[in-house]
Design a binder for this molecule. Structure first.
Ligand SMILES: [Zn+2]
Length: 82
């Protein structure tokens, strides 16, 4: 996939970065008769709350504004509708 615009570190202009989508995760606890009888972690991949970048070179971190998921930064591939 090709980026719609140049993706680079705002601090050092490095073009080698890691992008992280922050996703809502639920921790569920099952209570019966006042005791915890079970629990589980639920990852809900539909709910991305923010997209952040981290520069591999200088370790600077920033938030991509107006970007709700990494696909917003790249050209759509043929045959896939988002
Ligand atoms: Zn940097």
């Amino acid at each position: 996939m090709k980026a719609k615009r140049e993706i680079k570190c705002p601090k050092c202009d490095c073009r080698y970065i890691v992008i992280k989508e922050y996703v809502i995760t639920f921790l569920s606890y099952i209570i019966k008769d006042n005791k915890i009888i079970g629990g589980q972690v639920e990852h809900c991949h539909g709910d991305i709350i923010k997209v952040k970048g981290e520069c591999v070179d200088c370790k600077h971190r920033w938030t991509f504004r107006k970007v709700i998921q990494i696909n917003c930064l790249f050209e759509e591939e043929k045959g896939i509708d988002y």
